[in-house]
Design a protein around this ligand. Structure first.
Ligand code: SDX
Length: 440
């Protein structure tokens, strides 16, 4: 059963009349399928000479999209209309990836076909594998991931031409599959262990864990509980509409750049501590508080003091002004996963829960609608799964890959999409002449 995704209708509330210094324009109002309203300013400058200015694009839509819906006030997140809570409970990462890319939950046949493509593309060309011999053990895995994703297109130039769905699906599977192999190879290189080849009989997450933890003399059998926890983490990270890294993928893709170049750029954007790097920053913050025996109220006081420039990592969100539904799911799972792993009590989890209580009882956070976001608990679970902290943002990249691919595809398939080229307000020098060196 397919539910039609309503495209933004422009037969909606009457246009907004704008009259600027005698130049007038009626700006159409676009209404989304969840009744979101937007003013279409596509012709504002040509009609009035004015542009708009919106630092950080907090009030500006860059596109229309049918992939993910977020209601930040209500704490709602849906992939192609399906609530994240239902996908977290019933789906798998591979199935969710196909839902995001194609808009419908796949049939068993389609899912198995895609799984076959993931197996087909899980190996690295030996030339790519040898590139890891050149990376220093201290190299950050996000730098390696971005470099290697781009390098894949050197060995598989066919991924740069997307003629039809077959070539897109093959490129998408190649990217989703290899990002796992690259990530594990980066980890193995960082600890001086030999790179482990994938095992075709293992499903997506189990194969990744095998490549991360197997040794030639000590095969690793993935624990089903760990596999399920990792699958959940990847599902929760799979997409989040126009976040910084996805907007980067769309920006780069808007120039006609290929899928691999666009997603390699997404990795770079996600690396920042204000974005995907926050999960590792949360662990550093909790470790700092524990190691230095800092009183929570003292720490919160520091966070509230602007001069400290300290932020409560894993808290706050540009869109969620309520509890991030992903954080709610992860908080609920954290206890279960730790108990399944035999961790009776985890000081970090207990501290995180106490820190959340202290923060949410403080008007500074409540007044600013600062709640835990996806990064606040994800790191605690990944740490319990044995994922090293420096790999946390790499895990975020693996999870977000189908979302980046889906947005690149949505834009690529839209005949009306235009190259991203924002305007600016110039604040530099007005006209002046060149000054010869002797006169400076
Ligand atoms: C992700 O966009 C997405 O969807 C991202 C993401 C995804 O799935 O792709 O959800 C993943 O990136 C989650 C966010 C991870 N980042 C962090 O946890 C870092 C800590 N959080 C912040 O730095 C901040 O909350 C942001 C970056 C997430 C959002 O910043 P905004 O929307 O630009 O908010 P802001 O900086 O304008 O802050 C508004 C107010 C300010 O105080 P006042 O000037 O009003 O006095 O809230 C304060 C800020 O100082 N504030 C915080 C805070 N976050 C905001 N104060 C203390 N600690 C914080 N974490």
């Amino acid at each position: 059963m397919s539910t039609s995704t309503a495209s933004p209708s422009t037969n909606s509330p009457k246009p907004i009349h704008v009259d600027i210094a005698g130049k007038a324009i009626d700006l159409p109002v676009v209404v989304g399928s969840e009744n979101e309203h937007a003013i279409d300013i596509s012709h504002l400058r040509s009609a009035t000479g004015y542009i708009t200015l919106d630092d950080g694009f907090g009030n500006t839509g860059s596109c229309s999209s049918a992939i993910t819906y977020i209601d930040g006030e209500a704490g709602i997140l849906r992939y192609r209309g399906i609530p994240i809570e239902q996908l977290a409970e019933h789906s798998t990462f591979t199935e969710t990836a196909l839902l995001l890319m194609y808009g419908e939950l796949p049939t068993k046949e389609k899912l198995n076909k895609f799984r076959g493509l993931l197996i087909q593309h899980e190996m690295l060309h030996e030339g790519l594998r040898q590139m890891f011999d050149g990376f220093p053990a201290s190299g950050h895995p996000m730098a390696i991931l971005s470099a290697m994703i781009n390098a894949v297109s050197c060995y598989h130039p066919d991924v740069m031409q997307m003629e039809d769905d077959a070539t897109f699906k093959s490129a998408a599977a190649r990217l989703m599959s290899k990002v796992r192999t690259i990530a594990a190879a980066a980890y193995k290189t960082s600890i001086g262990h030999p790179i482990v080849y994938p095992r075709p009989e293992l499903p997506y997450c189990a194969n990744f864990l095998h490549m991360m933890y197997s040794l030639p003399n000590q095969p690793y059998e993935p624990d089903p509980d760990i596999v399920r926890a990792l699958d959940l983490i990847l599902i929760l990270h799979a997409d989040h509409e126009q976040n910084c890294s996805t907007s980067t993928v769309r920006m780069v893709g808007s120039s006609g750049a290929n899928l691999f170049a666009s997603c390699a750029a997404g990795v770079c954007a996600l690396w920042g501590p204000l974005h995907g790097g926050a999960n590792a920053a949360v662990i550093s913050m909790l470790k700092y508080i524990i190691d230095n025996k800092i009183d929570l109220k003292d720490y919160i006081a520091k966070v509230k003091d602007k001069d400290s420039h300290i932020r409560l990592m894993g808290f706050g969100h540009r869109v969620y002004k309520n509890y991030d539904p992903r954080a709610k799911i992860l908080k609920g799972q954290a206890d279960k996963v730790l108990k399944k792993l035999g961790v009776a009590h985890d000081p970090m989890l207990e501290l995180a829960q106490r820190l959340e209580e202290v923060a949410l009882s403080d008007s500074y956070f409540v007044d600013r609608h600062l709640y835990p976001n996806v990064d606040f608990y994800s790191g605690i679970i990944m740490r319990a799964l044995g994922i090293p902290v420096e790999m946390f943002t790499v895990m975020f990249s693996i999870g977000r890959m189908p979302g980046w691919i889906a947005h690149w595809k949505e834009q690529h398939d839209d005949a009306n999409s235009r190259i991203f080229r924002p305007r600016q307000v110039y604040t530099g020098h007005t006209l002046r002449d060149y000054v010869p060196m002797d006169n400076r």
